[in-house]
Design a protein around this ligand. Structure first.
Ligand SMILES: Nc1nc2[nH]cc(C(=O)O)c2c(=O)[nH]1
Ligand code: SF4
Ligand SMILES: [Mg+2]
Length: 239
């Protein structure tokens, strides 16, 4: 069945954050979001004034294929608002890469070369939705929106149970109250996911987050800066 997706942008860059920070990655940014964070850095991705393109899943797969990266991040907005299309896209790309692998099966050395690695999908989701699917080549980065986002009431606490050891849960913090919130939430909710903390750009000193981690002995929380905001203009699109 032909499905189309509402696409804001597709681009190749280095991943600016998370466990694959610094690796070449193709980004698919999908239209629309179900919350409105106070500090949102992609306001162009949602709402009636947003410019998006309707693209068939096949066309999106063609574009992603042409960019040549095997690491793919599907972000937004909130990508799980188009979950059926996201699943169709992942299955389409996976099918294409498996059939191209079988074509070169006589040259096994090339199958595992860097050019022919299978796709690996990260879905950057905002913590309001528990995904209804899983695949071997898909993992999730869930945000937990702390009080200064003004979106905390929309968080779905089931993400802590749903997340596996392949997934990340990222606390985006802008105030000392946000740090206390992170600590209390982590104490109350067991999870197998890796825990990351990142500052809201321009709102809190990195050093105060690190001092907080030391003061509260947060051994399993990983501090990270979004490096794309240092490399390019923090408001730049498509990077
Ligand atoms: N370079 C780069 N890395 C990113 N990692 C996550 C991003 C996102 O917008 O979700 C992002 C982004 O927009 N750009
Ligand atoms: S979830 Fe992401 S895209 Fe949606 S408002 Fe918050 S920061 Fe912006
Ligand atoms: Mg994001």
């Amino acid at each position: 069945m032909l499905r189309f997706m509402n696409v804001i942008e597709i681009f190749s860059s280095i991943d600016g954050e998370g466990s694959r920070q610094g690796f070449l990655t193709t980004f698919l940014r999908l239209y629309d979001c179900n919350i409105r964070c106070s500090y949102c850095d992609t306001k162009y991705s949602y709402g009636p004034d947003s410019v998006y393109k309707e693209m068939f899943v096949q066309e999106v797969a063609d574009t992603i294929e042409s960019l040549g990266n095997h690491r793919i991040t599907i972000t937004g907005g909130e990508p799980l608002l188009q979950e059926r299309e996201v699943i169709a896209l992942i299955d389409e790309l996976t099918r294409r890469s498996e059939s191209s692998e079988s074509c070169v099966s006589e040259r096994e050395d090339e199958i595992y070369s860097h050019d022919t690695m299978p796709y690996d999908f990260n879905i950057e989701t905002n913590g309001t939705i528990v995904p209804s699917f899983q695949r071997d080549n898909v993992w999730f980065t869930y945000d937990y929106k702390t009080p200064s986002s003004l979106a905390e009431k929309s968080m779905n606490l089931d993400i802590f149970k749903a997340a596996t050891e392949r997934d990340l849960i990222k606390f985006v913090v802008g105030t000392p109250e946000d740090l206390d919130c992170m600590r209390h939430i982590l104490a109350a909710h067991m999870t197998e996911a890796h825990i990351y903390v990142s500052p809201v750009w321009g709102q809190i000193e990195a050093t105060s987050i690190i001092e907080y981690m030391k003061a509260h002995n947060l051994q399993n929380v990983r501090f990270q800066l979004q490096i794309h905001k240092f490399i390019w203009d923090p408001d730049a699109k498509g990077v």
